[in-house]
Design a protein around this ligand. Structure first.
Ligand code: SF4
Length: 117
């Protein structure tokens, strides 16, 4: 018999059955699951699809939590960039000097949203 004790699962995480993906509890109240997820991964942040995603985010009841989560996982954004809490975060893999400016302003906006400003 093992003397090791099992670590308790953090309370903010829940098992999303039946796929067994760990999702934060707040995400269960999110507005985006009913939409095509590709809207949140636009190739062009000024496209119609990006605007639709931003509009959905603006009325999302868990927008503040989403913004905080985006700040916590900021470096794990995909190649295409992503919209979180209505803010477009360019990919960390994107080249060019405006990427840093765009990311800095996105982080600033996410911090404001997370703070409820
Ligand atoms: S703020 Fe937007 S991306 Fe975040 S959970 Fe809500 S709808 Fe989804």
């Amino acid at each position: 018999m093992s003397t090791q004790t099992r670590k308790a699962r953090p309370p903010e995480l829940a098992v999303d059955k039946p796929r067994f993906r760990l999702v934060p509890m707040w995400y269960r109240k999110a507005s985006c699951p009913g939409f095509d997820w590709r809207l949140w991964f636009p190739v062009n942040p000024r496209s119609k699809q990006a605007k639709i995603a931003s509009v959905v985010c603006e009325s999302c009841p868990v927008r503040r939590w989403c913004a905080q989560d985006a700040l916590n996982s900021e470096e794990s954004c995909p190649e295409s960039g992503v919209i979180r809490a209505g803010v477009y975060m360019p990919s960390p893999l994107k080249r060019g000097s405006d990427r840093l400016t765009q990311r800095a302003s996105a982080i600033e906006r996410l911090e404001q949203i997370a703070a409820g400003v």
